[in-house]
Design a protein around this ligand. Structure first.
Ligand SMILES: [Zn+2]
Length: 270
């Protein structure tokens, strides 16, 4: 019995750990996972889909903006979302478009009134977000360091056409990029869009971070930023068919577990 693939490309001096990774592509580290993220403040629509997420064992990260507009009822929903295993991240206080904002403000202003004052409002809601995403995927490199002092992990770039460069590693990330939109209904994304991206993730392992907004069909004035319940179920079912894990942004920040103990017996057997 051997675990060595027929055509091995290991160099003679490959370490035991490297051999273990090469021979076990489906270790926890490499197992493909989706990190579903949803932005803005569509709290009711997110809350209405918790049972659907549960049906597929899916966890998501909801990046909240406009915390000062959150009603007592929505505050209660946000806590229930959290209690059911999802994460509430932060998406700025007023969802400003950064290039326009910087025409009349400084980066220091941004950190003060969009981040720190917004975090105070989040705390007033009883929320302590550890993950952050920039509205419109617009950021400045100079903001990354000060934001990493305030958060564990940041979501930076939006999905590119060249999604193949946009997967993340499973653990110990401080910044990640998105590789896929889940606004399937609003953006008219066809099934090939997901088939391509999900098979690439399956093949490569690691994590695909997705970005969506409103869930459902009514009550959103932004036509493109929506995914109907049926389309969301289609995406979750496709993820399940690919045997993807579901992880939150907070999970992506965690250090990798020590796998050497499990990997050693396979080496010895070979
Ligand atoms: Zn947004």
């Amino acid at each position: 019995m051997t675990y060595i693939p027929a055509q091995t490309t290991l160099s003679p001096d490959a370490t035991l750990a490297a051999q273990a990774m090469a021979m076990q592509p489906q270790t926890v580290e490499a197992r493909p996972a989706l990190c579903l993220t949803f932005d803005d403040n569509f709290v009711q629509s997110w809350f209405d889909h918790l049972d659907l997420f549960d049906k597929y064992g899916a966890k998501a990260t909801f990046f909240l903006c406009w915390p000062e507009r959150i009603s007592a009822k929505e505050r209660d929903m946000l806590h229930q979302i959290q209690d059911r295993g999802h994460e509430i991240g932060f998406h700025t206080r007023q969802h400003v478009r950064l290039p326009k904002y910087l025409q009349s403000h400084s980066l220091e202003d941004y950190l003060d009134d969009q981040i720190d004052q917004g975090l105070e409002a989040m705390n007033d809601l009883g929320l302590d977000p550890r993950s952050f995403s920039f509205p419109y995927f617009r950021f400045r490199p100079k903001l990354i360091e000060p934001l990493l002092e305030r958060f564990d992990i940041l979501r930076l770039e939006g999905p590119y056409e060249h999604f193949k460069d946009s997967l993340s590693k499973r653990y110990a990330n401080r910044t990640v990029n998105t590789y896929c939109f889940t606004d399937k209904t609003g953006m008219n994304l066809d099934s090939a869009y997901y088939a391509d991206r999900f098979s690439w993730l399956k093949e490569q392992g690691g994590v695909g971070v997705t970005c969506g907004h409103f869930l459902g069909t009514t009550g959103n004035k932004f036509a493109k930023m929506r995914c109907s319940s049926d389309d969301l179920e289609g995406i979750l079912a496709l993820a399940q068919a690919h045997a993807f894990d579901f992880v939150t942004m907070a999970d992506l920040y965690q250090p990798a577990p020590d796998l050497t103990a499990q990997a050693a017996p396979a080496i010895l057997a070979a």
